[in-house]
Design a protein around this ligand. Structure first.
Ligand code: NI
Ligand code: MN
Length: 227
């Protein structure tokens, strides 16, 4: 019972168990960091954290091709339905649900969530995921928030955090987040995609490993590891 984590660049992430493939924020087209095309992925489930284009990404095309069930907040789920996605599951902040691949709770994220056409996208979210005996926190786009302290109760194995600054928390605030969450492993994301979110991930890794008990894994698109 293991979970493989695959990084597709920016914040686009994939979790794979022996039976299920879950994509989170599948942004391939126009993602400067992407090394593969959206046609190369075959998810059973797609989780969408909020309405921004770099997170909704290729969700509609991938869902149409694969029939994947798309999980998102109520507003984003309705928008995806209206744009032709047949299988959606609407949730909202603080709510959890058990899917065939595992348990998912929508966590608080401080950010925006307007959809690519300007439609209202509700509140942005992160995901707390329990899958095959592992616990993963995918923060989504968010500021540092003290609510993250509750995640320390969850024994998070992997935290996928934004560090780009400007649109989300930057490296210093992400280190503070790790002190609240206390994950075993951290993957920094949402940086170096565009000049405005340029960061040095090795400097971040050094800060994390000096100031916290977490290990930091710097990844490039298509790098992967097994939890
Ligand atoms: Ni965003
Ligand atoms: Mn973003």
């Amino acid at each position: 019972m293991t979970v493989k984590y695959i990084y597709h660049g920016h914040m686009n992430s994939e979790l794979r168990s022996s039976r299920y493939t879950v994509l989170i924020d599948p942004f391939f087209t126009d993602n400067p960091q992407a090394k593969i095309n959206q046609n190369a992925v075959n998810p059973d489930f797609i989780l969408v954290s909020h309405g921004h284009g770099d997170h909704v990404g290729d969700t509609i095309a991938i869902a149409e091709r694969t029939g994947a069930l798309v999980v998102a907040n109520f507003e984003v789920a309705n928008w995806l339905s209206a744009h032709g996605v047949k299988n959606v599951h609407a949730m909202h902040i603080g709510g959890a649900y058990t899917f065939p691949f595992g348990w998912v709770k929508l966590t608080i994220a401080h950010h925006g969530s307007s959809l690519p056409d300007g439609s209202y996208g509700g509140q942005p979210a992160g995901f707390l995921i329990k899958m095959e005996g592992t616990t993963i926190y995918y923060a989504g786009d968010t500021a540092l928030t003290y609510d993250m302290v509750w995640l320390a109760d969850e024994n998070v194995d992997l935290a996928v955090l934004p560090i780009g600054d400007n649109f989300t928390m930057g490296p210093e605030d992400a280190v503070k987040a790790i002190k609240l969450i206390k994950p075993k492993l951290v993957v920094p994301t949402h940086y170096n995609t565009w000049p405005v979110i340029a960061q040095d991930p090795d400097r971040f890794k050094a800060m994390v490993e000096a100031e916290t008990d977490a290990t930091c894994r710097v990844m490039l698109a298509e790098d992967h590891f097994t939890l």
